[in-house]
Write a protein that binds this ligand. Structure first.
Ligand code: SF4
Length: 488
């Protein structure tokens, strides 16, 4: 703790954004990171707590007080070493993580936690700019072969850790590029895809082989994947060729809204709009692309994916954008208690909201209405909690106009075909069933087949996927070698 009184002297400083009118003209990142001088002052606000709750609040257990102090001392090279010791991809989390570490920070009394995420962002961007992020190929190879099925953040973290342990790692990805939700779900304006490409080059230099456009197991019927994948590899052939397999296919089955009128044209899942936009941004061709231009758009789902639809619709030039959330509006007043089931968390405002969006809370869609087979609106009703249950408010019915409806209500489970191809048991929610970390970790019921990330834990944060990938890598390394020295 270089500055004992830092948290008393300095205020929290937020990262800046480009003005709305400027950023709406493109799909480019618009966050303006802290300068080294600003990051130094923010690092000085850390109290280096004896019990650093931030460390426990961070899913990868980043050693936050240490890198805060190193940034305060402007020792950036050691700061990135500390950050990389627990997190393979801080440029991803430094941009899109909702920072549970900050919620856990001891000085987070009125939203003035240490700006851990902005400091992380500053460290990794400086490290890349200075050329400090270099491949770390294993000094000794083991001769063991590991297949990773799914190139999202869990798969990539597992791949990097296992390659650094000396194993020959191949990542199988059904899309044309790896990255999973980071590549196709997160809009470019939140995270540019060059960050993934740069990491892929590092992983490739460490020996990881990427096989894209390849479906492993049964072809998922009706899935959009058939538009992109060109090759199929059976589960049996993978089992025969590899010493261990890690299934990291994510949780891709979108939650639907089966109310009357659902089959009208103009109602799409968020994960139809967002991937197509990212493909177009990078020169891809998309037939029958969804367009929000000149339309009244309603986004159903108040989470991050919904907000990404808001930002994308506004960049298309939507006439209006309205976002529905079934839960009541969380309190905005400071110190008002947050109690489940009413307000599980404080009101989160995305940068997309200030770009133009009406937010409606405690609202449920009862029916889609349309003309000539196309959606023209929604019939809704207000809801409230009574005896712990959400019930309709009598007489609160209201119609909304909409030419485009985007469903962003989360993901229910993984696409089942991969798990079924391998004979992997599922839990009650349809996720891959595996042993817990306490039980030896991430092993499925099938010999030498492991699983991690959203495919195992259900939809979650990118930082949890990175953690799961790292921990699964330890389990695989121990399985192959009898012991592991990979870090947690
Ligand atoms: Fe610093 Fe907050 Fe972590 Fe304490 S809890 S060590 S103040 S970042």
């Amino acid at each position: 703790m270089g500055k004992v009184t830092g948290f008393l002297e300095f205020e929290r400083l937020e990262e800046g954004y480009e003005p709305v009118e400027q950023r709406l003209k493109s799909y480019k990142e618009f966050v303006i990171g802290l300068t080294p001088a600003e990051a130094k002052i923010q690092g000085a606000r850390c109290m280096d707590c004896g019990t650093p709750f931030c460390n426990n609040g961070c899913p990868v257990n980043n050693i936050i007080p240490d890198f805060n102090d190193l940034v305060y001392k402007q020792d950036w090279q050691n700061a990135i070493t500390v950050l990389h010791s627990t997190n393979n991809f801080p440029e991803f989390t430094g941009r899109i993580c909702p920072a549970p570490c900050e919620a856990a920070c001891v000085i987070n009394v009125n939203g003035d936690a240490v700006g851990i995420k902005s400091i992380e962002h500053a460290i990794i961007d400086k490290a890349w700019a200075e050329g400090w992020v270099q491949p770390q190929p294993a000094a000794v190879k083991t001769g063991k072969k590991v297949a990773i099925v799914g190139g999202g953040p869990a798969g990539l973290a597992a791949a990097q850790q296992l390659a650094r342990a000396g194993h020959d790692v191949t990542v199988f990805e059904k899309n044309d590029k790896v990255g999973g939700l980071l590549r196709y779900g997160i809009p470019d304006f939140k995270m540019d895809k060059s960050h993934i490409d740069r990491r892929m080059a590092q992983l490739a230099a460490e020996g990881v082989v990427f096989r894209t456009n390849v479906v492993v197991g049964e072809w998922p019927q009706g899935s959009k994947v058939t538009n992109w994948a060109k090759e199929q590899v059976s589960a049996e052939s993978l089992k025969a060729e590899f010493d261990a397999i890690v299934l990291t296919g994510g949780s891709e089955q979108s939650r639907d809204l089966p109310v009357p009128g659902r089959d009208l044209a103009g109602i799409h899942f968020a994960m139809e709009l967002l991937p197509q936009q990212n493909r177009v941004n990078h020169g891809g061709q998309v037939e029958n692309a969804i367009s929000a231009t000149g339309k009244h758009v309603i986004v159903i789902g108040g989470g991050d994916t919904g907000s990404d639809c808001v930002g994308t619709s506004n960049r298309h030039g939507a006439l209006s954008v309205t976002q529905f959330e079934v839960m009541p509006q969380p309190p905005v007043e400071e110190n008002r208690p947050l109690t489940w089931p009413y307000w599980p968390m404080k009101l989160r405002t995305s940068s997309s909201h200030e770009e133009g969006c009406v937010r409606e809370f405690a609202i449920s869609t009862k029916e889609f209405i349309g003309e000539n087979g196309k959606v023209t609106g929604l019939k809704t009703v207000r809801v409230e909690f009574k005896d712990g249950k959400l019930v309709e408010v009598p007489g609160s019915e209201q119609d909304y106009k909409a030419d485009l409806v985007l469903l962003a209500m989360g993901f229910v489970n993984p696409v089942a075909s991969v798990l079924e191809s391998f004979g992997v048991s599922k839990d009650a929610r349809g996720n891959a069933k595996a042993t817990t970390e306490a039980e030896g970790g991430y092993k499925t019921n099938v010999a030498k087949v492991f699983t991690a990330g959203d495919m195992r834990r259900g939809q979650s944060l990118v930082v949890w996927a990175i953690r799961e990938g790292r921990q699964a890598a330890r389990a695989v390394d121990e399985f192959l070698m009898g012991a592991t020295s990979l870090p947690r």
